[in-house]
Design a protein around this ligand. Structure first.
Ligand SMILES: [Zn+2]
Length: 257
């Protein structure tokens, strides 16, 4: 049963940070700026105990130092960051895939998901069905492969998928509608995909986030999670191709789109 509250905080243009709290203490995930987070923390009377960073890109980490300066909303903060993604200012505990950390009394597993960056990690709170996946996986899409190979990225996505259908994916960006338009071009007959795009349009029309999304739902509608699904391979005219070939085709088409 979930014991922590999750708040989705829109930051910058289309990024999301997240705040987890137990009523007093809080953990912040991927802060690129501090002001929107500080205002949520203050209004909730919350004190930050930890920060989780998924990868080194500025639109996920640039707010760490300024957040730590806000003395009234921080106390004894541990800043967890990827151990294999270069230097990130403010990080005090470098972690890698296989590590396990304590988040307000809940165990969080660190999962290595290279591809977007070489040291990208995700944080898996199994007891809360929460997965902070940064720029590895989005609703109806996945991150660009900047470092590493398409095969690395596909294996990273498979690793996240294997964690379980119950996981609520806390993604780093609001990309659902643009990803949805791309997915519909290739898999327009998919009812689960069409239904979610419609729902997402309604949410966005009201200014609401489309995240988190549930892994079990995404498995039916996100083409990047279905590169090994024969039904999708048939739709793409790629029957008999390997999952990596299908994934590569989709990712390259999305890059050009
Ligand atoms: Zn990124």
């Amino acid at each position: 049963m979930a014991t922590l509250r999750l708040q989705v905080v829109p930051v910058l243009q289309d990024n999301y940070s997240y705040i987890l709290d137990d009523g007093k203490g809080a953990f912040v995930v991927d802060p690129p700026e501090s002001a929107p987070l500080v205002s949520v923390l203050r209004s909730g009377g919350l004190v930050v105990r930890g920060i989780l960073l998924t990868h080194r890109h500025g639109d996920h980490v640039a707010g760490v130092v300024s957040l730590l300066r806000e003395a009234d909303v921080v106390d004894g903060v541990v800043v967890y960051g990827p151990g294999e993604d270069g230097e990130i200012e403010g990080v005090t505990a470098r972690v890698v895939g296989g590590d396990s950390i304590d988040v307000l009394g809940v165990e969080a597993g660190v999962v290595a998901v290279p591809g977007h960056t070489r040291g990208h990690i995700a944080y898996d709170l199994a007891a809360e069905s929460l997965l902070f996946c940064g720029d590895c996986l989005f609703s109806l899409g996945c991150g660009r492969v900047f470092e590493g190979t398409f095969e690395h990225m596909w294996q990273s996505i498979v690793r996240l998928r294997a964690l379980g259908d119950d996981r609520r994916l806390c993604c780093g960006h609001e990309y659902t509608l643009v990803n949805g338009a791309f997915a519909l071009r290739h898999d327009g007959g998919n009812g689960a995909l069409r239904g979610w795009v419609q729902e997402a349009e309604t949410l966005r029309g009201r200014g609401l986030p489309t995240v988190p999304v549930v892994m079990g739902d995404e498995r039916l509608r996100n083409p990047f999670l279905r590169a090994d699904d024969v039904a999708l391979q048939r739709v793409l005219g790629m029957e008999g191709a390997s999952a990596v070939e299908v994934f590569t085709f989709l990712r390259q088409a999305r890059d050009r789109w």
